[in-house]
Design a protein around this ligand. Sequence first.
Ligand SMILES: [Zn+2]
Length: 328
Amino acid sequence: MNTFSIGIDLGGTNLKGIVMERDGTSRHLTRVPTEADKGGKKVLENILALIGLLLEKEISRDSCIGVGLGTPGFVDGDGTVLGGAENLPGWKSTSIYSSVFATYGLKASATNDVTVTALAESQFGAGKGVGNMVCLALGTGIGGGIVINNQVYKGTHGMAGEIGHIIVEPDGIPCTCGHKGCVEQYASATGIVNITRKLAPVYESDAPSTLKRIALESPELITAKIVYDHAKDNDPFGIYINDVVCEKLARALGTVINTLSPDRIILGGGVMKAGRIIIDTVSRHVPDFCWRQLWERCDIVAAELGENAGVLGAASLAFADLGDKSHE
Ligand SMILES: [Zn+2]
């Protein structure tokens, strides 16, 4: 039978949905507003409506093996959102699987949005052809996803992959998680802005730096993009900040490499619009923080799939987790 899955990617602004065949071909990419400000119940209603919309486009609903969902935060084994999704007020405690089953008679599987992105990169993007990989999304924060033997590793209660909270600087910058010195405080977009403002008054160099002047005179104008535009333009303070960022990131990746010995680490998210400079600098620092034998068998590359990775990974997750179980 020609089975298909439905993938849903839950973002703070938009919900994305897609229909995917077992061979990975997809169709009907659809985008609707999340309406996160109206609370968790409304978000769930919108997800169910989007599933309905996608089912209507297919001739036989019976061929749907189920729904995969990528969401911010953690999801327990029974589909209950445990938390960690602060940008979606009221989303915590939502019961996803029972709602999808009650409405459409379909099984569902949900996990963290960066974990589904990792699955998508593994199957269709920069991780194609390697079995073990780790994906990091360098955005407002840092999310992580782990693929082992071509399958996502969710960990207990779906909480694996919190690579952004690996501590890289004891007594470092306080983090939203309550600890100090998490890599997220240095290598996320927010972290890059903070350390640029913090280090500008103490940075000294013989060569003039436009970036330093902006950071001192108009700190509100500093963004990760401005920092990296200057770094790529050979601004000495920009180059220095990139080195600080990548050295801290390398500490976390060294720990990941020593723990998992992956074939590949994939870096994505908004910060990676800077591109090659981050890959090159972090790859230069990583050998200082992990076993040489493991590093020799690993590489660090940029993500390939862009903004639709989440929805593709969510649809793949349904095949991986639900298989033919909906017909049992
Ligand atoms: Zn933290």
